[in-house]
Write a protein that binds this ligand. Structure first.
Ligand code: NAD
Length: 485
């Protein structure tokens, strides 16, 4: 490739307001002198309707693997019916582990209660409840599995600190809920503390997500970079973008070791689709992030500064238009044209954007720590059964005659609340029981003992819906205790 060879990128116009904001973005990119060659793919509703359950044709995947850069407009995910979210599928399949969402206030030009806000949310993008592993196990009870891994946590947390260092940011805050999820969120918290210690130049703190989200909504100027798990990050970044003035303002990047995807953080806004009034800023700012990622810093800077100038000039779409603050209310196309007219200009009050050629925009290829070997020992098994009626004592009376032979019944819980021994009579019980069986008079449980126990359960007519092995790791329990235990 010569210096003048256009960089191939894959684009998708998406659904709802997607085509309108993509057209506006492409016009701006074209006028900015960005050197790009587009491969367009079809994604979203039309593809789902053809029966492709993940919303994307095989040929589209080939384009993404070829270009490794994807500028994507929002799509509409059909609800229910077995359809998988295309966004989740793309992020997982292409290993786009880091979702970067800058949320900035443009005071006094865009009306906001938070004039000093400049927060970057670094959201883990591949794990958590978004693994989409869900079950209906009984008539009454459903389950979603939350997966948090050590490598996943290490990658996103290190990414957040590297991002902070490269972008001259001073503090990284982790949001977790490890007062409740001590093992999964607890792992994220521990890894955060470990990695933070390697960045003494950057301040760090941890907050429980509920109070963290409240403080973010109330005092966003307290925060600089926030790193968090997938679901929390999804929720707080919409809050953060909205309180800057509009969810339509924020762009985001999804970065992996090999590929990257750039998109607005908002969805397809079906209620305003086709009206020509959508704010294209989210996708335009995502395209700025994309230009920095592919090394076209000059075009990125030009577009970003023209965009800031336009915000200053009060040329606003309806979502940020405010009488007395804004000067003109424009539709999507006029917004793009006004931006193009300002290419080459810089803001006079807001801080101009500045990007360097070769600037490190993403930190893929993060090395993972070598973990020492660990001694993993099975010490028991949790057996979940479907049974309607009765209380913990009734269930224990039914189970006790079936145990023995190396395992003893240690506890029964219902929806995580201990109901035996010494359950509270007030506890409401569903048809989903957890029986905790531990090694009896010895340190470990053999798989054959568990199989034999399950055989006895089945013969007695118990409906076993799930089992979970209980392990210790170097002697520490790898399972939670029940509430009330
Ligand atoms: P949404 O973000 O589409 O809309 C939320 C609100 O913000 C609406 O009032 C909408 O009119 C407004 N809004 C959003 N973008 C705007 C813009 N650019 N300019 C002006 N106003 C804007 O969220 P939703 O309504 O919950 O979801 C609609 C669809 O989008 C759903 O099918 C959802 O699955 C999908 N979605 C897709 C993505 C994506 O493709 N990355 C992300 C989120 C939601």
């Amino acid at each position: 490739m010569t210096e003048n060879t256009p960089t191939p990128i894959t684009i998708a116009r998406g659904d709802g307001i997607g085509p309108e904001i993509m057209d506006a973005t492409l016009e701006v990119l074209q006028a900015s002198g960005a050197n790009l060659a587009y491969e367009e793919i079809q994604i979203g509703e039309s593809v789902y309707k053809r029966g492709i359950m993940n919303g994307m044709e095989p040929s589209a995947w080939e384009s993404l693997r070829r270009t490794k850069v994807f500028l994507k407009a929002p799509i509409t995910t059909p609800q229910g019916g077995g359809y998988k979210s295309l966004n989740v599928t793309i992020r997982g399949a292409l290993g786009l582990f880091a979702n970067i969402r800058p949320c900035v206030s443009y005071h006094p030009f865009v009306s906001t209660k938070h004039p000093k806000m400049d927060v970057v949310i670094v959201r883990e993008n591949e794990e958590d409840l978004y693994a989409g592993i869900e079950y209906r196990q009984t008539q009454e009870v459903t389950q979603a599995v939350k997966l948090i891994s050590r490598p996943g946590s290490e990658k996103i947390i290190r990414y957040a600190f590297e991002y902070a260092r490269a972008n001259h940011r001073n503090k990284v805050t982790a949001f977790v809920k490890d007062n409740i999820m001590k093992i999964s969120d607890g792992l994220f918290h521990r890894v955060f503390d470990e990695i933070a210690a390697e960045y003494p130049d950057i301040e760090h703190e941890t907050m429980i997500i509920d109070i963290g989200a409240a403080r973010l909504a109330d005092t966003p100027e307290h925060f600089d970079v926030i790193v968090t798990l997938n679901l929390y990050g999804d929720i707080i970044s919409d809050i953060a973008a909205q309180i800057t003035g509009s969810v339509g303002l924020a762009g985001s990047s999804n970065i992996g070791d090999q590929c990257a995807m750039f998109e607005a953080i908002h969805g397809s806004a079906p209620t305003i689709a086709g009206k020509g009034i959508a704010n294209p800023s989210g996708l335009i700012l995502a395209s700025v992030m994309m230009l920095v990622h592919i090394g076209q810093a000059q075009a990125a800077e030009k577009i970003h500064n023209a965009w800031l100038k336009m915000v200053e000039d009060g040329i606003h779409t309806v979502d940020i238009f405010k009488r007395g603050v804004s000067k003109a209310r424009v539709g999507t196309r006029d917004f793009a044209q006004n931006l193009i007219d300002r290419l080459g200009e810089r803001p006079t009050t807001l801080t101009p954007a500045s990007y360097q050629v070769g600037e490190k925009a993403s930190f893929a290829g993060i090395a993972l720590k070598e973990l020492p070997p660990v001694r993993k020992v099975q010490v028991g098994v949790d057996v979940f059964v479907d049974h309607k009626g009765g209380n913990g004592d009734d269930m224990a009376a039914r189970i006790q005659p079936l145990v023995g032979q190396g395992l003893k019944l240690a506890m029964i819980s219902n929806r995580g609340q201990k109901v035996w021994p010494e359950g509270a009579p007030e506890t409401f019980c569903t048809d989903h029981w957890r029986l905790r069986l531990l090694a009896d008079g010895k340190d470990t449980v053999a798989p054959a003992e568990v199989v034999s126990l399950l055989g006895r359960f089945a013969e007695s007519g118990l409906d076993v819906v799930q089992t979970a092995s209980l392990y210790t790791f170097d002697g520490a329990a790898g399972y939670s205790v029940a509430a009330g235990q």
